[in-house]
Design a protein around this ligand. Structure first.
Ligand code: NAD
Length: 407
């Protein structure tokens, strides 16, 4: 498996070959401002103390407080957290929000913990970091396996330790505990606005056939938005199976089937296919919305989609990217395509600081122009630099960061 931090640095290197940002600036971005690793002792239900390894990487705060999720996963390790923190730095800058980049995590399989153990672990993460977190310093959010409930425990722990009552130190909280309306659907919806802004520019038809890998929060929300806007979702998948119907799937029925049977397999009227086959379907738009490194030098040549919208983080390796570019398949990169989530997290932070609560309509009204503006700028920069969209997004981000950092 490629080292995710090396992948991220490869992208940075590629950009610095296209546009001269100066060696000093690039060197500063090759390392995080700080990476914090610590032990979290947790009293388990059987009375024993177990030590977990926790992380917070504060990558860059030129544009504002560090912002980024906390991942709970048995394979989470420092290189992954560093890579994700770097990508958050780029993502916040591309989206045009006044936030820097950070990421956190714990090496843990949360499914093996009881609810009480999970709560003590989450509060333990905050105890170790209370000094460095804060609404104007570092603002974590949920990521893989961290939920609104976990964010609420963390916000509560932070308030207990520091007395800060703004609730603005953690985003992704439940709505009744200071969360924002519209956060759940924000990533899929933001991705749609990005796609819609670029659709004609990348020569896609008005009515696209769309294949989506991953049918979780992001993938399922995106599927609905695309279908509601007249596109045909022809294939979806989850970790166990994939289904395909050339003339489009009825998404409500798919959800009902998944609920009743525990999976997508054998959905009436659709053909069972494999996840690999889904990625290689003939379609207008392929949306990887599951996890990283699914399109690599091993399968990029087999991709038949006319364009790709990356809603997952890092679904395409740098080698895969290069092959797709040679094949003329435009890739709308994760740092822009899935930035609707962090943008609404930023709205949550702003609402908490101002002690306001915006309606979902207000949230959507603010999100749309931001996504459109970033998409247009990225497209223009990539065109001017004669490069692919990902590097256009990186150039846009680096220009904004350099504008604040100087150097
Ligand atoms: P999720 O856990 O809700 O959904 C993930 C989906 O992927 C599930 O349907 C799961 O069954 C499927 N999946 C897992 N393994 C798979 C496999 N081997 N093959 C095919 N499908 C598989 O997660 P999510 O929040 O929807 O996040 C998905 C991706 O989007 C991740 O890369 C995440 O980092 C990224 N992302 C999420 C958000 C957000 O707001 N949730 C924001 C930005 C980026």
């Amino acid at each position: 498996m490629p080292n995710p931090y090396q992948n991220a640095m490869t992208q940075l290197e590629k950009v610095s070959k296209i546009k001269n940002f100066g060696d000093e600036f690039i060197q500063r971005l090759q390392q995080p401002n700080r990476d914090i690793r610590f032990s979290i002792p947790v009293k388990m239900d059987n009375g024993a103390i177990k030590i977990f390894e926790g992380y917070r990487v504060e990558y860059n705060n030129a544009l504002g407080p560090y912002k980024g999720g906390i991942r709970y996963h048995p394979e989470t390790e420092i290189n992954e957290v560093k890579a994700l923190a770097f990508l958050m730095t780029i993502k916040c800058a591309v989206a045009g929000i006044p936030m820097g980049g950070g990421k956190g995590g714990i090496t843990v399989d949360p499914k093996k913990l009881s609810k009480g153990e999970l709560e003590r672990l989450s509060r333990g993460w905050v105890k170790q970091l209370a000094d460095v977190l804060g609404p104007h310093k570092d603002v974590p959010a949920p990521d893989v396996n961290t939920t609104p409930e976990i964010m609420a425990w963390m916000a509560d722990e932070f308030e207990k330790i520091t007395g800060d009552k703004t609730r603005a130190t953690f985003t992704g909280k439940p709505v009744d505990k200071g969360g924002s309306e519209g956060r759940g659907a924000a990533t899929g919806l933001g991705g749609f606005y990005v796609f819609d802004t670029l659709r004609e520019k990348i020569n896609l038809p008005k009515k696209c056939k769309v294949a989506i890998q991953g049918f979780g929060n992001v993938g399922a929300n995106a599927a609905h938005v695309f279908a509601e806007n007249g596109h045909q979702v022809i294939a979806v998948s989850d970790s166990k199976s994939a289904i395909w119907n050339e003339v489009g799937l009825d998404l409500n029925k798919v959800e009902e089937h998944k609920k009743n049977t525990g999976g997508l397999k054998d959905f009436p009227g659709a053909k069972n296919i494999t996840n690999a086959e889904l990625l290689e379907l003939s379609c207008d738009l392929l949306i990887p919305a599951a996890f990283e490194n699914v399109i690599t030098d091993a399968n990029a040549n087999k991709i038949k989609a006319r364009a790709i919208l990356e809603l997952a983080n890092g679904p395409i390796t740098p080698e895969g990217d290069e092959i797709l570019f040679q094949k003329g398949i435009p890739v709308i990169p994760d740092v822009l395509a899935n930035s609707g989530g962090v943008t609404v997290s930023y709205f949550e932070w702003e609402q908490n600081l101002k002690n306001e609560h915006w309606s979902e309509e207000e949230v959507v009204k603010k999100l749309k122009p931001m996504m459109e503006d970033a998409s247009q700028k990225m497209f223009q920069i990539a065109g001017e630099a004669k490069t692919y969209l990902r590097l256009g997004a990186f150039i846009l981000a680096l220009e904004r960061i350099k504008g604040k950092m100087g150097g």
